[in-house]
Design a protein around this ligand. Structure first.
Ligand code: SF4
Length: 87
């Protein structure tokens, strides 16, 4: 019998236990020039907004296909949903 794999559709990568992808995303965030990165406070506020959004699926934004833990780190990025822009 194949064990059932649960996917947390309303989770960030860090909560969905996708450490493999999360490590890669964090590496990309760390390579951003500091001037292009959000403050930690802004980053967390953006991720909190994503957590309340129906377009979040296991860390992925279904509106743009980005991992939100990367997209939210980039200062000049915006939430890609013009109908319900949350940040
Ligand atoms: S649509 Fe905006 S708030 Fe929703 S998951 Fe994507 S980036 Fe986050």
């Amino acid at each position: 019998m194949i064990p059932e794999t649960k996917i947390c559709r309303r989770c960030l990568l860090e909560e969905a236990e996708r450490g493999d992808i999360l490590a890669s995303v964090r590496e990309k965030v760390e390579k951003l020039p500091p001037a292009d990165r959000c403050s930690e406070e802004e980053y967390r506020a953006r991720l909190d907004a994503c957590l309340g959004c129906g377009s979040l699926s296991a860390g992925l934004c279904l509106k743009c296909g980005c991992y939100v833990e990367f997209r939210a780190a980039v200062k000049q990025m915006k939430c890609p949903n013009p109908a319900d822009r949350r940040w």
